[in-house]
Write a protein that binds this ligand. Structure first.
Ligand SMILES: NC(=O)c1ccc[n+]([C@@H]2O[C@H](COP(=O)([O-])OP(=O)(O)OC[C@H]3O[C@@H](n4cnc5c(N)ncnc54)[C@H](OP(=O)(O)O)[C@@H]3O)[C@@H](O)[C@H]2O)c1
Length: 340
C-alpha cells in the first residue's frame, strides 16, 4: 500500500505555484505494537500556510490539520474506524505512536483528539466552524474586544471560515454587523442567509462609501482578517476608544518572498492614535485551555440554527496545492477543505 505527501520544493515567490510543491509517494511501513495508521479523510487549507511555506525548510512536509480515520491499529486506545483530528500536514497517510502525535497545528501540548459524535454533523466541521477557525472567531471577538449589544462591528474577510463566524456571533450578541468580502455572491450569502445587517464587495465599492451608509456614527469594534488598505480605511472611521482584534493580514501574505515588493501597509498608527484605538494581536493557540468549551458553545449555536456554515470542498488529495492557491485567490466561501 502506498501513501502520498506533499513536500515544499521551493519557497514561493509571491503567489504560490503548483510547482512549488512536490508529490512524493512511499510504501506504508508495517505497524509496530502501539502504533496506528491514519488515513486522511478531510484536509484543511488555511491562509497561515502561506507564511509557513516561506519558513519551513525546502523538502519539509507542508503543515496542516486533517480529520483522519484510524485505518489500522495496534493500539487499544485507538480503534479501527474512529475519526481523529490530527496535525499530519499534507499527507494521505501517517503511521506512528498516537501518544507522540498532535492535533494542533503548532507545538502546543495537546494530543491527538478522538472526535466525539457531534450529533450527525460532518467530522469535517472540526477543521472549520467547530475547529480552529471557529475558536479564532469566538474568542478573538469576545475575549479581546468585549463586544456589547447595540455596538457596531465591522469584519473583513467576512465570507471566509473565520469572518463568517465572527459576524454571526456579533448578531447573536445583538450587534450591528457590517461585512466586507470580495465577490457579489459572498455578499448575498452574508446578507440573505447569515443575517449581516450590511455587506459590501470591497472590489466594487470603497470602505469610505460603505461605512458612510452603514456606520455614519463610527465603528466600535473591528475584526481584522486582512490588514492593508481595508484595515486602514476602517480604522480611520472608528469611534474614539474603538477596539480592534488583529487576526490576520492576508492582503500582504503573497508579498512574502518578493524582493522588489516588501509588504506594504498604510500608516495605521495615524488612526490608532487619533481614534485612541486598542488593537490586540493574537494567535488562537492562546486559548488551548478552553478550546473544548468553545467548541461545545459553537456546536450549541449550530444546533440551534444560530450559526450557519458553508464549506468549499476540493476533491482529491492531489489537488492540495490547487485548493491552497485558490483559497489565497478568494475562491472559497466559508471553510476551504480538501476531501482526500
Ligand atoms: N490569529 C490567528 O490565530 C488566526 C487564526 C486563523 C486565521 N487567521 C487569519 O484570519 C484570516 C482569515 O482566515 P480564514 O481561515 O478564515 O480564511 P478565509 O477567509 O476562509 O480565506 C481567505 C480569504 O481571504 C480573502 N482575501 C484574499 N486576498 C485578499 C486581499 N488581498 N484582501 C482582502 N481579502 C483577501 C479571500 O476572500 P475575498 O473573496 O473576500 O477576498 C479569501 O477567501 C487570515 O488572515 C488568517 O491568516 C488568524
Amino acid at each position: 500500500m502506498q501513501m502520498k505527501k506533499y513536500i515544499l520544493k521551493s519557497h514561493p515567490v509571491g503567489e504560490p505555484k503548483v510547482s512549488d510543491f512536490e508529490l512524493v509517494t512511499e510504501e506504508v511501513p508495517a505497524l509496530k505494537d502501539g502504533e496506528i495508521l491514519l488515513e486522511s479523510v478531510f484536509l484543511s487549507v488555511d491562509p497561515y500556510m502561506r507564511y509557513k511555506a516561506s519558513m519551513i525548510p525546502q523538502g519539509g512536509v507542508m503543515p496542516g490539520q486533517v480529520v483522519a480515520r484510524v485505518a489500522d491499529s495496534k493500539n487499544a486506545a485507538y480503534k479501527k474506524g474512529v475519526h481523529v483530528l490530527a496535525s499530519c500536514g499534507w499527507q494521505s497517510h501517517v503511521v506512528g505512536d498516537p501518544e507522540k502525535m498532535k492535533s494542533s497545528f503548532d507545538d502546543s501540548k495537546d494530543r491527538l483528539t478522538i472526535l466525539p459524535d457531534m450529533g450527525g454533523v460532518s467530522p469535517s466541521l472540526a477543521l472549520g466552524v467547530l475547529g480552529m477557525p471557529g475558536i479564532t472567531a469566538l474568542y478573538g471577538l469576545i475575549d479581546l474586544t468585549q463586544p456589547k449589544a447595540g455596538e457596531t462591528l465591522v469584519v473583513s474577510g467576512a465570507a471566509g471560515a473565520v469572518g463568517s463566524v465572527v459576524g454571526q456571533i456579533g448578531k447573536i450578541l445583538g450587534m450591528k454587523v457590517i461585512g466586507f468580502a470580495g465577490a457579489d455572491d459572498k455578499v448575498a450569502w452574508l446578507k440573505d442567509e447569515l443575517g449581516f445587517d450590511y455587506a459590501y464587495n470591497y472590489k466594487t465599492t470603497t470602505v469610505a462609501k460603505a461605512l458612510k451608509e452603514s456606520a455614519p456614527d463610527g465603528v466600535d469594534v473591528y475584526f481584522d482578517n486582512v490588514g492593508g488598505q481595508i484595515a486602514y480605511d476602517v480604522m480611520l472611521r472608528m469611534k474614539q476608544f474603538g477596539r480592534v482584534s488583529c487576526c490576520g493580514a492576508i492582503a500582504s501574505y503573497n508579498d512574502l518572498g518578493v524582493p522588489s515588493k516588501p509588504p506594504l501597509a498604510p500608516a495605521v498608527q495615524i488612526p490608532i492614535i487619533s481614534n485612541q484605538l486598542s488593537c490586540h494581536g493574537f494567535i488562537v493557540t492562546r486559548w488551548m485551555n478552553k478550546w473544548q468549551e468553545g467548541v461545545l458553545q459553537l456546536l450549541g449555536y449550530v444546533k440551534q440554527g444560530k450559526l450557519k456554515y458553508k464549506e468549499t470542498v476540493t476533491d482529491g488529495f492531489e489537488k492540495m496545492p490547487n485548493a491552497f492557491i485558490e483559497l489565497l485567490r478568494g475562491a472559497n466561501t466559508g471553510k476551504a477543505i480538501v476531501k482526500a
